[in-house]
Design a protein around this ligand. Sequence first.
Ligand code: ACO
Length: 428
Amino acid sequence: MPSETLTITDNRNGKTYELPIIHETIKATDLRQIKTDPAEFGLMPYDPSYMNTASCKSRITFIDGDKGILEYRGYPIDQLAEKASFLETAYMIWYGELPNAAELADWTAQVNGQPLCPEGVKRVISAFDRDAHPMGMLVSMLGALSAAYPDAKNIGDAKNRLRHAQRLLWQVPAVSAYIHRHRQGLPFIDPDPKLSYAGNFLRMLFGKDNGPYTPDPVLEEALDILFILHADHEQNCSTSTMRLVGSSQADPYASMAAAAAALYGPLHGGANEAVLKMLDEIGSTENIPGFIAKVKAGEGRLMGFGHRVYKNYDPRAKIIKKAADQVFEVTGKNPKIDMAVMLEKIALEDAYFIKRKLYPNVDFYSGIIYQAMGFPPEMFTVLFAVGRAIGWLAQWEEMLCDSDQKIGRPRQIFLGPERRDYVPLEKR
Ligand code: ACO
């Protein structure tokens, strides 16, 4: 028995139990011994929406929501955004350590050496209506990639997992760019492995043809930073989905399709698109006080504000706000930034938001940059997914290598009717 324990007395029968406390948690299954009759199932914790349940041990991302701290493998997000490249960050998230020059070159060559997007998958993209939502298309394309690579089902082989993780890092930007181009009625452009990760993505999105393409260095860097900021965020809704689906031993493409579906929702990654819609609806700065009043009256939410974990300024939002100024020097200012800044100022001084500790999250400013770069709002969540793919993959890998993990399967409190007999239709 560890030195730290929790003593529980069951008032139903006066029995006392001592539960080990390890890493500031008790094991939910330890509660099962607490029962008044041996035939009983035993006590369960009830935690809808996982407000206070650790579902895994992880060594990837640390967040201190009260202090506004985010670290990947111990490295502060602001240092990574300023100094590292996305592929370097991706290596570190996957392996746990920063690469040396040779390791980074090798990793880059392995990611960039993956095959082109399968022709069948491109045909599926082309089959969508031009106004189909890109996130619905991305979810479908990840499913299509699962169909295209049946050997990815061999998840017991570490080398195979790595190969398909690298393939996803290569293919997610490609299918995302092709989704954008299809919606614009433009032909698909092949990747160029000589470009940076963000530069290659810009080429596939905005290149004129398959000839040489030189990305704008400021936009390339801004996109690289945005990918780093989105790379992982511990056990959020989509990452938990990736882990849960992956726990059934589904392949990484199918698991990521499910994760992307979770990201799509407006309370999660879909918030960046919702922020732009909200700013459009507000229309101009003089309408902000009226809008805030409606939010406080419970008529809608201030999208891009609030977070389950951050009860302080989301450190990513600070970095994005800074990157916006650099992007605007190239693209011209997005007039929505003034509205967003004023909205933030009014909200942060308002008792409603102060009391609930509601601060801007990563999605509050990202859409404004994406729009300035030329992306339609429906593409914003897809851009989030491109950056997040490595986080989903590293968490999936960690889950598969964790001997504590089995297929995910929560319990329930059943409150439905007790057993009753079927009544024939004519007697109802
Ligand atoms: N605007 C107005 N009020 C809000 C907001 C908001 N954006 N967010 C929370 N609140 C209020 C709630 O109404 C509630 O008030 P009450 O106590 O009077 O009932 C209180 O703050 C707590 O809110 P919950 O919904 O219980 O907080 P929860 O942790 O479940 O939700 C969430 C977190 C979903 C992010 C929420 O803050 C929200 O809906 N934000 C807007 C959507 C958004 O920006 N999502 C992106 C999150 S970042 C990401 O996923 C990448």
